[in-house]
Write a protein that binds this ligand. Structure first.
Ligand SMILES: C[S@@+](CC[C@H](N)C(=O)[O-])C[C@H]1O[C@@H](n2cnc3c(N)ncnc32)[C@H](O)[C@@H]1O
Length: 334
């Protein structure tokens, strides 16, 4: 594209919404990146965390590509996005499963998309770790096979791939500890446990469990909601992981104002987990598929800087609504 036109587009871009810590742009992220409209952020982003449009077979109300065109679009996005990253930066992508339209067969497209993204030419990415986000409250789907014919199990998790340009991206699991189990709390109190070899051949030393490290190390299976409210679920010390969040500030305000909330919001706890795990105060966090700006809101609460792009202007009012949350005024310095 001609240099003059690109420069004009760059100059024209102004945020639809901003705070002192972040900016929300309305526009197609691919176009914004290709025209250089986000050039000023190149090499400055510590974390890209996002839930892109899923590769579904049926179009959702916010629109999405399907099949090979999704794959091509998603793969080509990788080098454009990674240009924005700092050398120690990370990309975290959440993608759910998909099913073929007329048979009870799981689509390979989400996995192909993740591999395509990871191996996309020019992106120089590696998979640091896969996380599974298990949501026991997920409604049975696809209904035809799960509830009607009863020949498939409920699809109840999303894949989260943490990728980076470097083998040692900025990360610290001490920032996302889980509370100790009751058993471990008792053990720390009494100092008594069985040391020695376990059946798994792990060797447990006599002092292994005597030091209180403030919590246990998070697992890569993130459970969103307890199915049984009496069962202990030890979620990391990020915001609550619940996505049924019918009682969070955003959902209450949407209800009060008769707003239909975005159909595919990212669970706040999930964004908070990765923001805390992979960044520190003052770092820049980017969500290219921002929707209601869950990521920006979480970043603001955790005193990070944020940048959001979203193709549809219709979610702007919901993104703004999040920032009327009184919890933002009460946030602690980290
Ligand atoms: C799964 S939703 C993400 C929702 C968001 N995480 C939240 O919590 O509200 C995907 C979003 O990507 C947006 N989107 C789709 N294609 C886009 C594009 N090319 N550029 C920017 N945003 C896009 C959709 O409008 C939708 O809001």
């Amino acid at each position: 594209m001609e240099k003059r036109i690109m420069a004009k587009r760059r100059a024209k871009l102004s945020a639809a919404f901003s705070t002192s810590s972040g900016k929300y742009f309305v526009g197609d992220v691919v176009k914004l990146l290709r025209t250089g409209a986000l050039k000023r952020y190149e090499g400055k982003v510590q974390l890209i965390v996002t839930s892109p449009p899923f590769p579904l077979n049926l179009k959702k109300s916010y629109g999405n590509l399907t099949g090979d065109s999704y794959l091509k679009w998603f793969t080509e996005l990788a080098p454009l996005l990674t240009k924005l990253l700092k050398p120690t930066g990370s990309v975290v992508i959440e993608i759910g499963n998909a099913w073929e339209s007329s048979r009870p067969v799981q689509s390979l497209l989400p996995l192909k998309a993740l591999i395509g993204f990871l191996e996309s030419k020019g992106s120089n990415l590696r998979l640091c770790q896969e996380f599974i986000c298990y949501n026991p409250s997920r409604l049975p789907s696809p209904a035809a096979w799960v509830t009607t014919r009863r020949i498939r199990a409920v699809d109840s998790y999303t894949h989260i791939w943490w990728m980076a340009k470097n083998n040692f991206p900025k990360a610290n699991n001490r920032r996302v500890l889980r509370p100790y189990s009751k058993k471990m709390q008792a053990l720390l109190k009494t100092g008594k446990f069985n040391s020695g070899e376990r059946p798994s051949h792990h060797w447990i030393s006599e002092t292994a469990f005597l030091k209180d490290c403030g919590g246990s190390i998070s697992h890569n299976l993130l459970e969103m909601d307890p199915l049984d409210p009496d069962r202990e679920v030890r979620l990391p010390n990020a915001f609550s992981f619940s996505n049924t969040s019918s009682n969070d500030y955003f959902s209450r305000e949407c209800k009060k104002r008769k707003i239909t909330p975005h159909p595919a919001r990212m669970p706040m706890g999930l964004a908070a987990f990765f923001v805390q795990f992979l960044t520190t105060s003052g770092d820049l966090v980017f969500d290219p598929f921002g929707g209601t700006n869950t990521t920006g809101y979480v970043a603001e609460r955790l005193r990070r800087k944020w940048l959001t792009t979203e193709i549809s202007r219709s979610y702007l009012s919901q993104a703004k609504l999040r920032f009327t949350d009184p919890a933002l005024k009460k946030r602690k310095k980290k």
